[in-house]
Design a protein around this ligand. Structure first.
Ligand code: CU
Length: 469
């Protein structure tokens, strides 16, 4: 199989293809294939195979597929582990580690039965390896530094060779100084297509990896020692509104595949449809056993794929159902002021801080539209504007855009859905019923409960004991 160089170079992003592409016949093993690199977080068109077994290539949200060359019966790829600058969403970049210019690295696609030879060059400041998560391969190709191979030293290139024994949904990531290297964004998708191109074939096939970062407002480098308190919840190291929409034509068979390399689980929920869970990193779920869901949880270190037929036109939200994971960096440490009257306190603060504005007394929705000065290189907590106003989301959120007549292979954002008249929720303008409202309970000092404080050590403290006399 060969890469269509023309198709590849016709891509929209700024890609530097350093002499890679088609190499026919046997090349001397001494030559390492060139390592293409990507400089922008822009979704590239699928890399359509022009020879060899046919398959429908995947689309990587805000990403791209790694070109390869044939060398005899080997399909050769070249990954370069290196520091990268990744834009999370317009207005914020992270200084991460990744592969070939981006985090995550480029998606690797191949076909069941292929022999793959993957060159890995280490341009990080420390050693690394790559583990091929989910692949069935010789133990010595499994990429666990110290256990199955020596680590790849700084500046060196190692070669991994194995045959792809089954099709499915996989990923790659380092197995060396893992806490640091994954917290810095080192990971990539690895899709193996079935040998039979008709098997479980879909028209559009989207992939993304979930990763999380702790980047303090104003900073650029993630705090790698963080274990639980992340503030950037990403798909392919992007946050809403920077995540590509999933654009499909009405009637398409659609697959969405994702993997989780964060430190917690993510229940991925899609609106407007029920779908069938079709594949995990363990393999295909037999069609008769694929179970229906509208939310599928993806635990740490797992991959899930679901399929649906895009029968219903519209703009359908797709997001993690943990509400803190659909928020961006600013605001996670806000106190709750719902129901509090902050007017008096605001007057006092304004004497000291003239810009101060009280927020959150009716909820936090006002933050979706607020424009207040932010520190450099950070994003508001909730953001993104739709045709009806602020969407009040961030983080792991995107939109499945199902459109009548979207051309095959066209992934361009078609804009907002034009709802047929009479199909949008509307304001009631007729006569209102008098609403019965409960008053908030009034704090009554005469009803104060008596409390006896018992200190550790056992006996009621005489100081804190309530005196009834
Ligand atoms: Cu989540």
């Amino acid at each position: 199989m060969t890469v269509s160089r023309r198709n590849f170079l016709g891509a929209t992003g700024a890609m530097t293809l350093l002499g890679a592409g088609v190499v026919s016949g046997r090349t001397a093993f001494a030559s390492v294939p060139e390592a293409p690199t990507m400089t922008e977080a822009v979704m590239q068109p699928p890399l359509v195979p022009t020879s060899g077994p046919d398959y429908n290539p995947v689309v990587t949200l805000n990403g791209w597929t790694l070109p390869w060359r044939m060398n005899g019966e080997w399909k050769e790829f070249h990954l370069v582990a290196e520091p990268v600058v990744r834009e999370f969403s317009p207005g914020m970049v992270g200084h991460l580690w990744g592969y070939n210019g981006q985090s995550p690295g480029p998606t690797i696609e191949a076909v069941e039965g292929d022999r793959v030879r993957i060159f890995v060059t280490n341009r990080l400041p420390e050693h690394t390896t790559i583990h091929w998560h989910g692949q069935l391969l010789p133990s010595g190709m499994d990429g666990v530094g110290g256990l199955t191979q020596p680590h790849i030293p700084v500046g060196k290139t190692f070669v991994y060779e194995f045959q792809l024994r089954k099709s499915g949904t996989f990923m790659y990531h380092p197995h060396a100084d893992e806490m640091v290297q994954m917290a810095m964004g080192m990971m990539g998708f690895f899709v193996v297509h079935p040998k039979n191109p008709a098997y479980r074939r879909v028209d559009r096939d989207f992939v993304f990896l979930m990763s999380s970062y702790d980047i303090e407002p104003g900073a650029y480098v993630p705090r790698v020692a963080e274990m639980t308190d992340f503030n950037m919840w990403t798909w392919n190291s992007r946050v809403f509104p920077g995540i590509d929409p999933l654009v499909v034509a009405r009637g398409d068979k659609v697959r969405v595949r994702f993997g989780n390399l964060t430190m917690t689980n993510h229940p991925i929920h899609m609106h407007g449809y029920d779908f069938k869970v079709s594949c995990t990193d363990g393999g295909w779920v037999p069609e008769a056993a694929a179970w229906p869901e509208v939310t599928i949880d993806c635990a740490v270190g797992q991959m899930r794929a679901f399929d649906f037929v895009a029968d219903f036109a519209g703009d359908w939200a797709i997001h993690c159902h943990k509400s803190h994971h659909t928020m961006n960096a600013m605001g996670h440490e806000l106190a709750t002021f719902i129901g509090a009257d902050k007017k008096e306190v605001a007057k006092k603060i304004k004497r000291l801080v003239p810009d101060y504005m009280p927020m959150g007394t009716a909820g936090m929705a006002d933050m979706g539209e607020m424009e207040m000065p932010l520190p450099d290189n950070t994003l508001p907590m909730m953001t993104g504007f739709g045709p009806f106003g602020p969407i009040e989301m961030g983080g792991m959120f995107s939109v499945v855009k199902v459109r009548e007549g979207q051309a095959t292979g066209d992934y361009k954002d078609p804009g907002w859905y034009q709802h047929p008249s009479g199909t949008v929720a509307y304001e009631w303008t007729g006569q209102s019923q008098k609403a019965e409202r409960r008053e908030a309970p009034v704090f009554d000092k005469s009803q104060t409960a008596e409390v006896t404080v018992v200190k550790p050590g056992g006996h009621p403290s005489s100081k804190n004991q309530h005196n009834n006399h």
